[in-house]
Ligand binder design. Structure first.
Ligand SMILES: O=P(O)(O)O[C@@H]1C[C@H](O)[C@@H](CO)O1
Length: 285
């Protein structure tokens, strides 16, 4: 059902802009400023793209921006879709299929997340090295349904989901920029949301080895890897997950957006420096 939609959207976008992006970027909550770095922009409101879902969450503008970063052609989603918005999981991840059809080789995903690792501080940037797909445990995987062999195999491997070279590059670039004090790496866990976690849920996730918890990214990673794009992802730790019954802290979206605002510039610098440094040949699979 989605196949023709994907092709129509990609064809439509290709007729509207001359940019042929090699890098696709997804902006997390409050992190849409990344798109503003692109030069020679051609931007589309999601409502103007045929068949595209609409952004319904504060901090997700709902624009697809094409442009260049020091000459490197990019496309950037200023706002993503989440399971809790009520879209089917295939619709949430439709942009990854469109990225692929536009020629994207590398996907960079960002998100806001709650910190479970007790060494993490609010404002830390966690490079994602692995994930836990909780909706997937319950059978909600974006690859459910007939497999389109033109994109990828029925049973894609996920043990190499997060590109190790790009992870190392992030650490190197971060250290050059003087960000080592707030740069971490760890495991991200996606839940369905929109309610934040209970204390018992946070304690359970912590015991399972989760460093940061959020409501996105993992479904996009699965679809991006299924169709052979390289993936780099990071979480901005916007709040500490509450693990203690004596705590007065309450997770809330305003705090998430506030922290994002404070760290946005450094996060943008990290990502844009990486894009400029990446090899952009066509050999990546
Ligand atoms: O799109 P992301 O994962 O950055 O959004 C996070 C999860 C929820 O949508 C929201 C909660 O504050 O931020």
């Amino acid at each position: 059902r989605f196949s023709q939609t994907k092709k129509n959207d990609a064809d439509w976008l290709l007729t509207q802009t001359a940019v042929r992006p090699l890098v696709g970027i997804v902006c997390g909550s409050g992190l849409g400023g990344l798109a503003d770095l692109l030069k020679d922009q051609v931007a589309f409101n999601y409502r103007d793209i045929p068949n595209f879902p609409q952004s319904t969450v504060h901090g997700h503008a709902g624009r697809l921006v094409f442009g260049t970063l020091k000459g490197r052609p990019c496309v950037c989603m200023q706002g993503r879709f989440h399971l809790y918005e009520g879209y089917p999981i295939q619709k949430i991840t439709l942009p990854m299929r469109i990225f692929k059809m536009l020629g994207v080789k590398t996907v960079i995903l960002t998100n806001a997340a709650g910190g479970l690792n007790q060494d993490f501080k609010v404002g830390d940037i966690m490079i994602i090295k692995d994930h836990l797909n909780m909706p997937g445990f319950a059978g909600n995987n974006p690859l459910t349904g007939p497999n389109d062999e033109r994109f990828g195999v029925r049973f894609p491997c996920m043990s190499d989901a997060y590109d190790r070279e790009l992870l190392q590059m992030a650490m190197d670039v971060g250290s050059e920029l003087g960000y080592s004090d707030f740069l971490r790496e760890g495991v991200y866990c996606a839940l369905g949301g929109p309610s934040f976690e209970t204390i018992a849920e946070c304690r359970m996730l912590h015991k399972l080895g989760v460093d940061a918890v959020g409501m996105s990214t993992v479904h996009e990673v699965i679809v991006a890897r299924h169709c052979g794009m390289r993936v780099f992802a990071l979480s901005l730790i916007t709040n500490q997950a509450v693990m203690d019954y004596d705590s007065e802290e309450k997770a809330n979206h305003n705090e998430v957006l506030q922290t994002a605002k404070q760290r946005a510039q450094q996060l943008e610098k990290l990502v844009s420096t990486m894009v400029i440094r990446m090899k952009h040949n066509n050999n990546y699979s």
